[in-house]
Ligand binder design. Structure first.
Ligand SMILES: C[S@@+](CC[C@H](N)C(=O)[O-])C[C@H]1O[C@@H](n2cnc3c(N)ncnc32)[C@H](O)[C@@H]1O
Length: 223
């Protein structure tokens, strides 16, 4: 992908570009670097990005087994799929990180309540999916991303995210609103949510799924 991007004619670029191989939770970029941060982060929708790149990672020889991809990729990504969960590593009854508890104690309690509810619901589901840990750790990871991005934005800078909400095992998680509140707890002055489209309609009639109306939105946080 990086090689493809290098072929874009530099004369057509409006500004200089730099591609950085890094981690959005801890970017190591300098403070107050940017006017705008824009991203489509992993959604809380059980999509395994390590698996999505399996064709490329196997074909290039970077990895050759599931365990290999887990060590080299899956375990390092923001948690967004139950395939990333190792239940031995987390304490389900107290999963919220100190960073998230400190910046938004009230919301940290609500997230913990959803985690606890999901830990009950999974026991009566065939797949027993670890949505409980997925939800808790997703917000821990995204709090670290919001904190690092706040640090590297200039005063009055904006952080724009495209996101969807979700309803694992029928428990509605208002992701965009909760991330907006976490952002404000970390120092952003305010946030807006603009709905782009509704989601999940194609599943209507599938009795195995929840009936919660979902949406995809643009979340904007203002420093
Ligand atoms: C919704 S996708 C966005 C994809 C991107 N817009 C594109 O067109 O390729 C979320 C992306 O975040 C990446 N990701 C997961 N954890 C990350 C982390 N800690 N730091 C940076 N990116 C991460 C995933 O690998 C995935 O490619």
């Amino acid at each position: 992908m990086i090689d493809d991007l290098k072929t874009v004619n530099p004369e057509n670029r409006m500004t200089p570009t730099h591609i950085i191989l890094g981690n959005a939770r801890d970017s190591h970029l300098p403070d107050k670097l940017a006017d705008l941060a824009f991203t489509s982060p992993p959604y809380l929708n059980n999509y395994d990005y390590a698996d999505r790149a399996r064709l490329e990672t196997y074909f290039s020889g970077y990895a050759s087994t599931w365990g290999d991809i887990t060590d080299k990729v899956r375990s390092r990504l923001i948690m967004s799929a139950t395939t990333q969960v190792n239940r031995n590593v987390f304490k389900v009854s107290d999963i919220i990180s100190p960073q998230l508890k400190a910046c938004e104690p009230c919301l940290a309690g609500a997230i913990q309540e959803s985690v606890t509810e999901l830990s009950q619901r999974r026991l009566v589901k065939g797949g027993r999916k670890s949505y409980d840990i997925l939800v808790g750790q997703y917000f821990n990871d995204m709090a670290a991303v919001l904190a690092d991005t706040y640090r590297l934005l200039k005063p009055k800078g904006k952080f724009v995210l495209i996101l969807g909400d979700s309803a694992p095992y029928g428990v509605h998680i208002p992701t965009e609103n909760w991330l907006g509140r976490i952002g404000c707890g970390l120092g952003f002055s305010t946030f807006t949510v603009q709905q782009l489209r509704t989601r999940g309609d194609k599943w209507r009639g599938n009795t195995q799924r929840h009936h919660v109306a979902l949406q995809e939105s643009l979340l904007t946080l203002y420093k």
